[in-house]
Design a protein around this ligand. Structure first.
Ligand code: GNR
Ligand code: NI
Length: 188
């Protein structure tokens, strides 16, 4: 397992339209393991493969927030202190995901993106959607998504089309967001 580098704007690779996963092999499982490690290290709740430079229709999500006040895990008797470990992880893998019937009703959520660090902006999206996807063995699943899961999976699926959340903003707001990012980078 390895933490991979997360691509950031204006890297042109983030505009790639990703291609379907055809091989459900060990290489895919190794990539997914790296994606989880990279996402947890960056404190993200989702990650698309293109964000680590792999143009495949693959994403991982874990909505569980890290819980600083969590009780130590019962198995933590080896004396090691596990920093930034959430109490309970809910890792989910979506291979070749498709949105079937987005709700007409939209909701607004303040989104962020690991590829647009430290920038947050309100984005409107369908409140719920049905998602069909494959798991790591190629089996097909379908589920109705709502709440933060609906927001996150739509954000991740945009990445598969080369779209970032700032692309949903007005030109003025997008320009302001990118200028702010430049300023933060120069200050760092
Ligand atoms: O970590 C992330 N948080 C987040 C917050 C609101 C809406 C979407 C997201 S996804 C983001 C991680 C990321 O960039 N995934 O592509
Ligand atoms: Ni993102």
């Amino acid at each position: 397992m390895a933490i991979r580098e997360i691509l950031e704007v204006p890297d042109p690779r983030l505009k790639t339209v990703s291609t379907r996963v055809e091989s459900f092999d060990d290489e895919l499982k190794a990539l997914v393991a790296d994606m989880f490690e990279t996402m947890y290290d960056a404190n993200g709740i989702g990650l698309a493969a293109i964000q680590v430079g792999i143009p495949k229709r693959l994403l991982v999500i874990d909505l569980q927030p890290e819980d600083e006040d969590a009780e130590p895990e019962p198995c933590d008797h080896d004396g090691h202190h596990h920093h930034h470990q959430p109490t309970k992880r809910e890792p989910r893998v979506f291979v070749n995901p498709e949105i079937l019937d987005p709700a007409e009703e939209t909701g607004t959520y303040q989104e962020g993106c690991l590829s647009v660090p430290d920038i947050y902006a309100d984005v409107d999206r369908p409140k719920t959607c049905r998602v069909r996807w494959q798991d790591l063995d190629g089996n097909v699943h379908e589920e109705e998504m709502d709440g933060l899961m609906a927001v996150c999976i739509q954000h991740e699926m945009d990445h598969l089309e080369g779209v970032l959340f700032i692309d949903h903003l007005s030109r003025l707001k997008r320009t302001m967001a990118l200028k702010k990012l430049e300023k933060l980078r120069k200050a760092a």
